[in-house]
Design a protein around this ligand. Sequence first.
Ligand code: NAD
Length: 467
Amino acid sequence: MMITVNQHFIDGRFVESHGQETVDVRNPATGELIGRSTRGDAVDAERAIAAAKAAFPSWSTTSLEERKRYLQQIADALTERMDELVATTVAEFGAPPLFAGYIDGQARDFFLLVQDLLEPENFEEANGKAVITRVPVGVAGLLTPWNGNPWFVCGKAAAALAAGCTVVIKPSELSALEARILMECFDKAALPPGVVNVVNGPGATVGNTITRSPDVQKISFTGSTKVGKQINHDATETMKRVTLELGGKSPTIILDDADMGKAVRFALTTGLINTGQACIAGTRILVPASRLDEAKAALKAGVEGLKIGDPIQPMVSHAHYERVQSYIRKGIDEGAEVLIGGEGKPEGFEAGNYVKPTVFVGVTNDMTIAQEEIFGPVLSVITYSDDDDAVAIANDVEYGLHAYVYGEDRERARAVANRILAGRVMINQLVDDPISPFGGFKMSGFGREFGIHGLQAYLETRTVFID
Ligand code: NAD
């Protein structure tokens, strides 16, 4: 079925796009044409910003009860469309079905969870000689990537709206079909006009207009470090508050007391989340040198057991497929050894953007494949001598988003975790916790999302001294 997306959601209604460039949407698994989207331009973005600005005075002074009611209405609208949203996430970006169901369900849940935070003490408290009031910062520009677009849009929008901000959302240009369903849900939820606005379009026009506008006070961006740097730069002139959730190159440290079979299963799970198209993927597997042979055998067997089609899904686009291939070639050129996988498409899956799940061994931490974010199913095994060496290698990378530690002795694993420079460290488990802080160290960005930390990112602090 062909779906056309040629409207934006601005000021409480669907409007024709001023920008007229159209692009095809293809299913990355088959190459089939499934949609066409019209990209907005700076004029569309300006209209959305104006609507959000006009809606702010009223929305920012709504009661917490009123906001809860509207947030619930958005959650209800998403629940009604959930099956379609999941199917679209699979078709448009090639997410594994289980993963798509999970992230889209959680996209809805963000609007439920945030309601728990709408309590007076989170907005006002006595402190010293003053009363601290937390007030919504203004219009928030929310810019998202394609690898789970509903999840990013909803996580940000739930926190921003709960805080009392009005929002201008620019979803990834690779997510127009998913964005269409979200727009229809926002419409169904019937918030006051201008509180939520969604403009499809490219970063260089729609995105830029939002990040440079004097009428936008907050930017929450999830995407690449390269674009994050540009956004931070663009936001400076108007002194916007900025949250940047950027790239990662996360380590999975297998300690030398680990059960290797279990540890490798864990490492493959963390490394291949969303077929590696995940900022939190554990793409560097750190293995004790003394146990390399055992790890290699388990990794080879583990990857051989993976099914192409599900859970191994295609790359989002042909361009991204080519990018991942270039990294595999680079790994070979720089002297790493392909344990399993390698260049080209898996047999029988030539029509889609599929990459063979690939594990490199003989990788040193200075190689490109150990340092740069590949964003595909390409894992690097790096050996270490002792715990100090493992920590040093884990931290010797420009990113610091996530890390994983696997070992029998929990105290020791905890001690290793405490030395890792990353925003989240998971020990022996891949946990989902949408109320604990999420965000990066170093070039993985700054600011935190989720829970009270995520809410506070949309609030400004006013200290009032009462005589
Ligand atoms: P991207 O940086 O290319 O694009 C992200 C968004 O920014 C898109 O909506 C894009 O249109 C927009 N954009 C591009 N240039 C812009 C500009 N100059 N001004 C304003 N907006 C602009 O990222 P992507 O390819 O969509 O997503 C993959 C990247 O996202 C990876 O690097 C991944 O690690 C990162 N990511 C990070 C997290 C996290 O939470 N830390 C989560 C998921 C993805």
